[in-house]
Ligand binder design. Structure first.
Ligand code: PLP
Length: 399
């Protein structure tokens, strides 16, 4: 054991020396546009996925409290063994309706939903192809499917439709072809080219799976995600998403698609068969978040307005965000050390925005990833831009 501790400590020291050690910041208040951070006081948050500002919305918090009183803490076992709560069925029906599929099945995290999906649907002889910038949970899901089922796999260059076509052509003899993409790519804020992907899938008899974790509640006039953004509701075969971002921000995820898919996930997917259900309080808050989003499309519109406002203001101030329409606004600063120093300096000025560097993003493209929320006021966003300018005046982040 002592040797293990010594080895781990050496690895941690190496992370610190490389400037890639992650320090946890503790919050003393609910998530929101502004939070109280231990040791820092009040800070404006630009690094949460609280896109619609629902994580401390009174009726969503109250729904969780009520469910705790009605159902208690949880089932104390997995769903098929000890029963499942009616709130899960209600949530799953609401999620399916919201994203435009016949059915859905909840998981304790989108990570689990993604991890569950590919090994459940892929079989030997199938071919799974994945965008190069897909989320880690998709990558692990495909690795697991390959190890378990002996399906074949490939990665296509990010958003490169010619490469995707080539990869699909090369797999024309596979039994089934499955295309996996993020709806919105979390480090770039780019939107998947869904119309082209669906078209290629039709031409090559492939199944399309979209992880809409950063698109649910965010894209489309009513927040239904990437499909709504492109006017393609009902045209995506399988959607996965999280309840841990726009839809209340607690935790949880889901797979949405045909009824037979969700039934088979209940029968066979290992995170469903061997792990407890979403706690009822979290399920109830997420259900209230779906109802709230359906009843308040103006909240989605406010997120989209805030996004446009911030993108324009930060550009007018002379910074270079990656172009796009989503509330993920990455500001490229170059070297990892610069991103980390700027993030620290912004925090000293009351602005919490995380810096990402290599290996999370390619070498030389380190960035400050700003995430906009409907909860931000124009004053919040102006204060953020002013803090960026102030940090640049110290000499940091000039390119
Ligand atoms: C694209 C994408 N998929 C899945 C996840 C995992 O979500 P969860 O926190 O619900 O496990 C994330 C979270 O960062 C994500 O960005």
């Amino acid at each position: 054991m002592s040797q293990l501790t010594t080895d781990l400590q050496a690895d941690l020291d190496a992370l610190k020396a490389a400037g890639t050690y992650k320090r946890l910041n503790y919050l003393e208040s609910p998530q929101g546009a502004r939070v109280r951070m231990e040791g820092k006081g009040e800070v404006i948050v630009l690094s949460s996925n609280n896109y619609l500002g629902l994580s401390n919305e009174p009726e969503i918090v109250q729904a969780g409290v009520d469910a705790l009183a009605q159902f208690g803490a949880g089932t104390a076992s997995v769903r098929f063994i000890c029963g499942t709560f009616t709130i899960h069925r209600e949530l799953e029906a609401a999620l399916a309706r919201f994203v435009g599929t016949p059915s859905s099945l909840s998981f304790v995290a989108a990570w689990n939903a993604n991890e569950a999906l590919t090994p459940t649907i892929a079989r030997e002889g199938d071919f799974v192809v994945s965008d190069a910038l897909n989320h880690a949970s998709i990558i692990d899901s495909i690795r697991l499917a390959k190890a378990i089922t002996k399906c074949t796999t490939a990665v296509y260059k990010h958003a490169d439709m010619d490469d995707l076509r080539d990869k699909l052509r090369s797999a024309k003899d596979a039994k089934r072809r499955i295309i996996w993409t993020d709806g919105v790519f979390s480090m770039e804020g780019a939107i998947a080219k869904l119309p082209e992907i669906v078209q290629l899938a039709r031409e090559h008899d492939a199944i399309v799976v979209v992880d809409d974790s950063h698109a649910t509640g965010v894209l489309g006039k009513t927040g239904r995600g990437t499909a709504e953004h492109f006017g393609m509701l009902g045209e995506v075969d399988i959607i996965t998403s999280t309840l841990g971002k726009a839809l209340g921000g607690a935790a949880g995820g889901f797979v949405a698609g045909p009824e037979a898919l969700c039934d088979m996930m209940t029968q066979r997917s290992r995170p469903q068969l061997f792990s407890n259900a979403l706690p009822p309080t979290v399920a109830a808050s997420a259900l209230a978040a779906v109802h709230f989003t359906e009843a308040h499309p103006e909240r989605v519109a406010r997120l989209q307005d805030n996004t446009r406002y911030f993108r324009t203001a930060i550009q007018d101030a002379g910074f270079h965000p990656l172009a796009g329409d989503t509330p993920i606004v990455p500001i490229i600063v170059g070297e990892t050390a610069v991103a980390i120093r700027m993030s620290d300096m912004l925090l000293d000025r009351g602005v919490f925005v995380t810096g990402f560097g290599f290996p999370v993003v390619p070498q030389g493209t380190a960035r400050l990833r700003c995430q906009i929320s409907a909860a931000h006021t124009r004053d919040d966003l102006d204060a953020v831009v002013a803090a960026f300018v102030e940090v640049r005046e110290t000499g940091e982040g000039r390119r």
